[in-house]
Design a protein around this ligand. Structure first.
Ligand SMILES: Cc1cc2nc3c(=O)[nH]c(=O)nc-3n(C[C@H](O)[C@H](O)[C@H](O)COP(=O)(O)OP(=O)(O)OC[C@H]3O[C@@H](n4cnc5c(N)ncnc54)[C@H](O)[C@@H]3O)c2cc1C
Length: 344
């Protein structure tokens, strides 16, 4: 007998499935395209926090998720024996002018309280990072120790292995049984829009690239709105475009070249590295722009876990646990701003 069927084997579906399986539920995951076939099968994997200011429920939820990520991924890896490439390696950002420097200093102060001593937001001189430092007009950089990274498609494989080890079933085709959780990414948001007769969300395409360059211990960089993420396996990911209009969800084109050019301008050392993969996927964006978690608005006994948008992997651990609370125990700790109703 199956207690919970999760439709969709991406970051959100697998995280919900894992949180349920850990609590002893009998779980089935159904995805006609296989594990990590959607947005989650990519390669960027920045687990980066919102700025420590103007605190709100979304920022607090994400902060808790980022803090719990280390032990959560360690448990996943230990259960299934497959690495997710997780590491809390921190992040560096250039500071472009005097105004930005003043702002960065104020955020260093607010982080002391908002990040509860669990991570810091520091201002450091550019020359403390050698070649890996992005060009920073002020000569100063922001270094935060909250940001982590993992390799998205390996994280999906790690979750799938952990689920199998716990006795869950992952299949391309089966009948849903028990409580049903829809974690079907942007296609699910479009289907829900049809069902509700109004737009509740859409897809935002992103293109990214993978370079062969071993900076595995170095912090990731965020410069000129580009994520530059060193992975544990001697590669560096660079992303991403943000496209509301697209014909082909998986093609890459000159827009990715423009992202790479911005990365090369920020960190000249990257120019020497070989580009070994170009990849594109479609992020699920709810109308509210927040994650969409909770009971299905019209179908009783069914639930939705969607809307991870640009931070689905960062939100995954906490989203999974909150959904398991709701689906298995009827304990509803979903913030109002995250409920499907917030996008209706
Ligand atoms: C270029 C790019 C870079 C990104 N960078 C980051 C980053 O650095 N950090 C971060 O945290 N996030 C990042 N994201 C966002 C992150 O990838 C997404 O938020 C996350 O993958 C969403 O997971 P999901 O499980 O909701 O959706 P998906 O991974 O898209 O999974 C949905 C799954 O549902 C399946 N499906 C669809 N219809 C059905 C159906 N009817 N029945 C069963 N299954 C179905 C699909 O096959 C798919 O496998 C990035 C995204 C992109 C595209």
């Amino acid at each position: 007998m199956v207690d919970v069927t999760v439709m969709g084997a991406g970051a959100f579906g697998l995280s919900v499935a894992w949180a349920c399986a850990k609590r002893g539920a009998k779980v089935r995951v159904i995805d006609p395209n296989g594990v990590g076939a959607g947005a989650s099968g990519g390669l960027v994997g920045a687990l980066a926090p919102h700025t420590p200011e103007n605190w709100n429920v979304k920022k607090a939820f994400q902060f808790e998720s980022l803090i719990m990520a280390e032990s959560w991924w360690a448990e996943v890896e230990a259960a299934g024996g497959v690495t997710a490439g997780y590491g809390r390696t921190g992040r560096i950002q250039p500071i472009r002018d005097a105004h930005a420097l003043t702002l960065a200093k104020a955020r260093a102060e607010s982080a002391k309280e908002l990040w509860q001593g669990k991570a810091i937001w520091a201002i450091v001189p550019q020359d403390s990072l050698g070649d890996w430092a992005p060009i920073s007009p002020t000569g100063w950089l922001i270094h935060d120790t909250l940001t982590g990274r993992m390799f998205p498609r390996r994280a999906c494989a790690a979750l799938a292995a952990a689920l199998i080890a716990k006795g869950a079933e992952i299949t391309k085709e089966a009948t849903p049984e028990g409580k049903v959780v829809w974690a079907t990414g942007y296609e699910g948001l479009l289907a829900l829009s049809d069902e509700m007769g109004k737009a509740v969300g859409n897809g935002v395409k992103g293109q990214a690239a993978l370079l062969r360059l071993d900076q595995s211990k170095a912090p990731q960089l965020f410069a000129d709105a580009v994520h530059i993420v060193p992975h544990a396996d001697g590669t560096v990911a660079i992303g991403s475009t943000s496209e509301r209009d697209f014909d082909n969800p998986t093609s890459t084109d000159a827009q990715l070249d423009a992202v790479l050019a911005r990365a090369y301008a920020a960190v000249p050392a990257l120019k020497e590295a070989e580009v070994i993969e170009r990849w594109a996927g479609v992020r699920p964006r709810a109308k509210s722009r927040a994650p969409m978690l909770g009971e299905h608005p019209i179908r009783s006994g069914e639930f939705i876990a969607n809307g991870g948008f640009k931070i689905g992997f960062g939100m995954g651990p906490k989203a999974g646990e909150v959904m398991a609370d709701l689906v298995l125990e009827g304990k509803d700790a979903v913030p109002d701003a995250f409920r499907p109703e917030a996008s209706l």
